[in-house]
Design a protein around this ligand. Sequence first.
Ligand code: BGC
Length: 493
Amino acid sequence: MAFKRFSRRQFGRLAGWSALGMSMLSAKSSTAQSDQATGTQNQRLSSDFPSGFLWGTATSAYQVEGAVNEDGRGPSIWDRFAHTPGTIADNSNGDTAANHYHLYKEDIRLMKELGTKAYRFSIAWPRVFPEGAGSPNPKGLDFYKRLIDELSANGIEPFVTLYHWDLPQALQDRVGGWTSRDTPKAFADYAAHVAKHLGDRVRHFFTINECSRLVHLGHGLGADAPGLKLPQSGLNQVRHHVALGHGLAVQAIRAHGRAGTKVGPAENAVSCIPAIETPPNIRAAEMATRELNAGYLTVMLEGKYTEAYLARSGQDAPKFTADDLRVISSPIDFVGLNVYMPDHYVVAADNERGFTLAPFPASFPHMKASWLRPGPEAIYWVPRHVAKLWNVKSIYITENGTSGSDQPAPDGTIYDVDRIMYLRNYLTQLQRATSEGVPVLGYFLWSLMDNFEWSDGYEQRFGIYHVDFNTKRRTPKLSASFYRETIARNAVV
Ligand code: BGC
């Protein structure tokens, strides 16, 4: 829905900002590698990723699994929301989605064909606790055990997201979902249970996928489940509870996972790109990054809300304790970043904030989805800012990709050269980051296959495998070959 898409740009505005100073980064030449590119060998070398770079794909439970009424799964807020008339562009829902629940072995074969070594998927909380809390449903985790064992048998490492927005409906009904402090507590119990039972199989956990979207679209704009439109004070409180849920889950994973288990968030940080790569603009983009993510990565990594965020919120500021902040900032092992586009181009300014957010001209291009503006340099700057601002040593790109119109040509092939163009340019910028020492360890392409794209239903296809949603047949798009080739060469192709 256009409504939803427009709203992605509003995350930053709702977060607040100021001109708190950060140390200045030295400018780095954006053309560092172009000088080398004279001979074939140099070109190859300049486009390599670090050895051992982890290539993967990503999905989430409600978007691919289907089987919503099987093996004791309880309803989630997305079942309820998608079945509410007027919420989903094509009036669809995730009841059967891509049927990954039953076709997971076939899907793992596809991953293997690509040469990926990692798969990021999410666990449906209502499969494990159909009522959100209380008695677990053992069949829920059994599915994930089968999935993980099949991945392991194929040399693919599981990266597990605990929460990709499918809150058990029972928790929404009983306590008001994320509006209540009971939900972060229930989330921690669920995380502990998962860590206890999957800890022998899983070494990497992500706590919450995109806190900012679930807060704003789910609770501010009503465009995502549970479809609430809370006033600012309520929204700020939800944001705090979600951050608290993240911190409690980190602690639960630490307490119940095997020694060496790693955990971190998977956040779509508001991306702030220096409009022109000069030292003042780079510094301004760092300051903007810190302020526009105040309720998310900043509080998780600094253990405090910025003064500007609290001042801006005024009477609507969240209610919290010092202990909450300690929990929220529990040490993490890595930061996962979903990077799709530039949210803001930033110019240094002599004003209170220290920066200006350049308005997007109407002529700025977009991909098939009108909200998805291609700005490949986002995938360079976001991890670089995160590493610099908070001294983060391990970063994963947990999502990146685009939807496309994906029409088959007369020969039956989907020549999705728009997606290939997008991916090639983003990967070029990601390689620029790794070659400069930004600690990005891996990349998860969104998505392995077409799936239920939330309020856009099945109208936006993000997969590199096409899914016929009637037959559930998977067919590679040309971008699957592009990705296979990239992985095989460990270089931008
Ligand atoms: C979400 C995915 C979604 C993708 C494309 C991210 O916001 O994590 O679930 O499908 O973007 O919109």
